[in-house]
Design a protein around this ligand. Structure first.
Ligand SMILES: [Zn+2]
Length: 435
């Protein structure tokens, strides 16, 4: 087999994936991931793998392949990336979001950041290594999933429920969101590796009161009761709770930035982090934001019921406290049910796999400092963690100092520098040598 060059291939792979529409509106109505899955499976088959395409529903396709390592008796490593992307409004974009155009040194399009970039990097590095006959030291399972952007019902959750056997022996996982650089100065960069994720509690609140004429006295007005509860939740000042990951992040980062760190006033430190403050600020505490409110149908009719939705996010280890607080804020007359509920995850930032990530970064960027952080959202890692895997967000990219990368997730003009993709391929290659 002719040796393939991952660095040369990666931008083209990313462009091709962006051009395949795999938008996921969350209601199972879109094009699905089938075409993207076939593309990925084809690229893997070309280098001798036997990928399986697994459909959870019509056109909701996942791809799984196993690379046999030099020592298959060791625990396996999972590399995972999702194939779907969130919808877009093309009119807002400089280059069409499905164009995959390469301009100003970047690949542009929906998924360039989240996360067809990493899908392309995985493909590029695997294709190069296998074309050169270089196997990883242990088994590596590749998973390209459907439906991550809507909670993984047709993707990772389904795979974890129905196809456990494909992940046999996997104890560790690498996926999104992390591994990208944040510049400290010319010479030094932080690389944020995700080691924890907040849990998710999307809740529907309901109050059943007494319907009646709007002109009469009514002490059981559902709208009044609900509005008060929503107000209490929205205004609640959640206490700062420093998890192990956040503590390590703040300690390492403030050392590197020469900031004074007072762990009793973590917010003051976070406020000094510039664009990172938005991302890190939400990981200091549980949060609950009212997001929807419905009730009533006529100005002079008091309705029987009123409902609201709240987007709650809890830190690893603080789920019980979260629900206890929510229930106190709701009071006795408001009922809550889940629209969506998923776990928080956290793993220690230590051990050989963490060293392999940090070493690979350092070898390609002598100014690299790997630090763990907590993602305030969720990824497929939650589903895979149910199979007993610890996981990290590690899609390595060395980025220009002025690129607001974290701001481009689900944003307009998503783009990734070609040089950053090439860097990512080199880092992942070293990482796979050392994993
Ligand atoms: Zn993503």
């Amino acid at each position: 087999m002719t040796a393939l060059n991952g660095e040369d291939e990666v931008a083209g792979l990313c462009r091709d994936l962006i051009r395949i529409d795999s938008t996921n509106a969350g209601d199972n109505s879109g094009p699905g991931e089938r075409a993207a899955a076939e593309y990925v499976a084809g690229k893997l088959a070309e280098v001798g793998l036997e990928p399986q395409i697994l459909e959870s529903d019509s056109r909701r396709a996942n791809v799984i392949a196993r690379i046999e390592g030099e020592d298959s008796s060791r625990d396996a490593l999972l590399l995972h990336g999702h194939l779907d992307v969130v919808p877009f409004d093309a009119g807002d974009w400089t280059h069409h979001p499905l164009g995959g155009e390469i301009a100003d040194g970047c690949v542009w399009g929906r998924g360039a950041v989240d996360m067809k970039n990493m899908d392309a990097m995985i493909l590029a590095v695997v294709r190069q290594r296998l074309s050169e006959g270089r196997r990883p030291p242990r088994d590596v399972v590749l998973a390209f999933t459907a439906d991550e952007e809507a909670g993984g019902t047709y993707g990772a959750q389904w795979l974890a429920d129905k196809h456990k056997d494909l992940f046999d022996g996997c104890t560790e996982a690498i996926g999104e969101v992390g591994g990208f650089s944040v510049s400290i100065d010319e010479a030094r960069r932080l690389y944020l590796i995700e080691a924890a994720e907040k849990g998710i509690a999307w809740m529907r609140l309901t109050v059943s009161g007494r319907a009646g004429h709007g002109s009469m006295l009514n002490g059981e007005n559902a709208i009044t009761e609900l509005a008060e509860a929503v107000g209490r939740i929205g205004r609640y000042d959640w206490p700062v709770r420093l998890t192990q990951t956040v503590r390590t992040f703040l300690t390492e980062t403030s050392k590197a930035l020469e900031l004074e760190l007072d762990l009793d006033d973590a917010e003051a430190t976070v406020a000094k982090l510039g664009p990172l403050a938005r991302m890190i600020g939400a990981t200091l505490r549980n949060t609950a934001n009212p997001t929807m409110l419905q009730g009533g149908y006529k100005a002079n009719v008091i309705p029987q019921t009123a409902t609201a939705h709240v987007d709650g996010r809890f830190l690893p280890g603080y789920e019980d406290e979260f629900f206890q607080t929510i229930d106190e804020l709701l009071g006795p007359n408001v009922t809550r049910e889940f629209v969506y509920h998923d776990i928080a995850v956290e793993t220690g930032f230590d051990g050989p796999l963490v060293r392999a990530m940090a070493d690979a970064l350092l070898a390609e960027d002598p100014g690299a400092l790997a630090v763990p952080y907590t993602l305030s959202g969720g990824t497929d890692l939650k589903a895979f963690s149910r199979l007993g895997m610890r996981g990290f967000g590690f899609a390595p990219l060395k980025l220009p100092a002025d690129l607001d990368f974290s701001g481009m997730f689900h944003g307009v003009d998503e783009r990734v520098p070609v040089d950053s993709l090439r860097f990512g391929v080199r880092v992942l290659d070293r990482f796979l040598d050392g994993c």
